[in-house]
Unconditional design. Structure first.
Length: 168
């Protein structure tokens, strides 16, 4: 993070650097390493998308989760999408889904390669392992895993929120 801040300051000729952006990405990267096993969003080659695009997606995600849609209040107007929120939600979904699918495919491939000797290293590995368990009372679908990843990683951008999962 310090290298990023230093690079941003020198790139802009010593201009003021917004620490908020760097601190939120550092927080996301910590959560990403814990929950997903590695960093997925960073400056440079190998990143799934630029940090600015990811930051916009998270801001849009939180905005759309907090809006009041007229179609929800007055159901017979829902087909009109008067405020344009449904269109924005669909656009955001098309941007986020490939990112989450990449994470799941990467973890599934590692599970397949390791075979019987597979040991879960992170939250996604454990969720995929649980999804394969036929004895679960409430089975976990692939979309459920994606939703859990989205919630867990997006909460890294909100300092007062958290989810705690414990085993019985």
């Amino acid at each position: 993070m310090l290298r990023d801040v230093s690079a941003a300051a020198s790139r802009d000729g010593g201009a003021v650097v917004r620490l908020k952006d760097h601190l939120s990405m550092a927080s996301f990267n910590v959560v990403s390493r814990m929950a997903l096993g590695r960093k997925y969003i960073f400056d440079g080659a190998g990143s799934l998308m630029p940090p600015e695009a990811f930051r916009w997606m998270i801001q849009e995600f939180f905005f759309l989760n907090g809006v009041v849609n007229v179609g929800d209040v007055i159901p017979w107007l829902s087909f009109l999408d008067l405020q344009g929120y449904i269109k924005r939600m669909k656009r955001l979904s098309k941007m986020i889904d490939p990112l989450l699918e990449h994470v799941l495919v990467e973890h599934s491939e590692r599970r397949r390669r390791q075979g019987e000797g597979f040991v879960p290293r992170d939250m996604v590995d454990r969720l995929l392992q649980l999804a394969d368990d036929a004895n679960l009372e409430a089975p976990i679908e692939r979309d459920g895993i994606k939703a859990f990843i989205l919630v867990k990683t997006s909460l890294s951008f909100t300092p007062s929120a958290g989810i705690y999962v414990t085993e019985r």
